[in-house]
Design a protein around this ligand. Structure first.
Ligand code: 4NP
Length: 157
């Protein structure tokens, strides 16, 4: 069997959006029976939370909706490891520009919402400084985009 395709989800802190995307997309890949074709992980462009668990609000929202993220520990994507991935999936435009600054290959760089028919240019909004509703919204956005993203990753696997 060939090596798994390496997919890194990227946000700012790696404690809210990108770990949720990692866990939801991995779970969906398992449900579709294609998880063994992929290695999923997530990272932040910032270094503030390295080694930390996901934000307590994100953990709680996810667990209430059936996704257990307790195993997550935050890590940072940098110029020295950005080339280790077959695909980088950014949550917003700042993440995308930061990854390009690090030397990411733009042909390997996708946006989490880019396959969303109604809203392909929209970001996954940063919920960190807002209320609980923002975490629910992030969950909804990632969940409704997981299949289209997996379709794309599978097609170019
Ligand atoms: P995330 O959210 O990028 O979705 O993990 C954030 C987490 C932490 C900070 C900003 C956004 N922060 O400024 O510490």
């Amino acid at each position: 069997m060939s090596e798994p395709t390496r997919v890194l989800f990227v946000c700012l802190g790696n404690i809210c959006r990108s770990p949720l995307a990692e866990f939801i997309v991995r779970n969906r890949a398992a449900e579709r029976g294609i998880d063994e074709r992929f290695f999923f992980d997530s990272a932040g462009t910032g270094d503030w939370h390295i080694g930390n668990q996901a934000d307590a609000r994100m953990l709680r929202t996810a667990l209430n909706r059936g996704v257990d993220m307790h195993a997550h520990r935050a890590m940072q994507v940098t110029a020295s490891n950005v080339g280790d991935w077959d695909w980088l999936i950014a949550m917003d435009e700042n993440n995308r520009l930061d990854l390009i600054d690090m030397g990411a290959d733009e042909e390997k760089l996708l946006m989490l919402r880019q396959f969303e028919t109604d809203n392909p240019d929209a970001p996954v909004p940063d919920p960190y400084y807002g209320g609980e509703q923002g975490f629910e919204e992030v969950f909804d956005i990632v969940l409704r985009n997981a299949d289209a993203l997996l379709d794309e990753l599978s097609a170019s696997d």
